[in-house]
Design a protein around this ligand. Structure first.
Ligand SMILES: Nc1ncnc2c1ncn2[C@@H]1O[C@H](COP(=O)(O)OP(=O)(O)OP(=O)(O)O)[C@@H](O)[C@H]1O
Length: 242
């Protein structure tokens, strides 16, 4: 469903060139649930921006459902983003003056859906994430976990094939984090591809596949990553596929 081939992205900073993504190749399949883990500065945000069609690489290919995203113009990118990808953020990014239902409806307004259809879809998405009975609550009247559920419902509203979650549990306590991760697992079982970006190994381990990013290069786990003795921030070489 997603195929990334030899993707490169550099930033110029004065005289220095930062190679944020170095020849990254990755396949993401129907039904996948993968996490991307890496320390600060490793290239996670850069990679997420590419995966979310928020930025374009310097070179390489990005095929989404067989279409080469890397060559699309801004307007096409915006369309792909709107239809194919649902975004979930660490700090929820809800509008505080709108109710839960109105927040979830918002992306559907941009799609030109009528009010009744919007309301029904938004309500169905809130039901799906376990928030029936909370339609009229404002974000400030909801717990952090409930706010993240609203944000997940909003991401689901447009029925995207991919959910791209950037540190979705970063602002939550561990119990609530587990509930949100459980919800993401259930959504994956229902057929959504989930890409979870995190710096937390315990969170990353919940996914079916774990991709480690380090100095702009990606490594996939070879199955023996998770022995405790081998887990440390600097042990990336140990984790490379043999
Ligand atoms: N706009 C930019 N201009 C110059 N350098 C940049 C820019 N954006 C990112 N970089 C550099 O590219 C590298 C990768 O950054 P990136 O933000 O992707 O890392 P990250 O893994 O998301 O880090 P964090 O977890 O701290 O957010 C870093 O060395 C960073 O300093």
């Amino acid at each position: 469903m997603i195929e990334i081939k030899n993707m490169k992205k550099s930033y110029e900073l004065g005289d220095e060139i930062v190679h944020a993504l170095q020849d990254v190749s990755l396949q993401i399949y129907e039904g996948d649930f993968l996490s991307i883990i890496g320390p600060s500065g490793s290239g996670k945000s850069t990679f997420m921006n590419m995966l979310g069609c928020l930025d374009i690489p310097d070179s390489g290919e990005y095929l989404l459902d067989g279409k080469n995203v890397a060559t699309m113009k801004d307007i096409e990118l915006a369309m792909v983003r709107n239809v194919k990808i649902g975004f979930i953020f660490q700090h929820f990014n809800l509008l505080n003056k709108l109710t839960a239902l109105e927040n979830v409806e918002l992306p559907l307004v941009y799609r030109g859906l009528g009010a009744k259809e919007r309301r029904e879809k938004a309500a169905a998405c809130l039901d799906l994430v376990g928030l029936n009975g909370r339609y009229q609550h404002l974000p400030t009247q909801l717990s952090g976990g409930q706010q993240q559920r609203v944000a997940i419902a909003r991401a689901l509203a447009g029925n995207p094939s991919v959910l791209l979650a950037d540190e979705p549990t970063g602002a939550l306590d561990s119990k609530t984090s587990n509930e949100v991760l459980q919800l993401l697992k259930e959504l994956n079982e229902k057929g959504h591809v989930i890409i979870l970006i995190t710096h937390d190994l315990e969170v990353a381990k919940q996914a079916k596949r774990v991709i480690r990013i380090h100095d702009g290069k990606v490594f996939e786990n070879g199955g023996d990553w998770f022995e405790p003795a081998r887990i440390d921030q600097d042990g990336v070489k140990e984790y490379q596929r043999q």
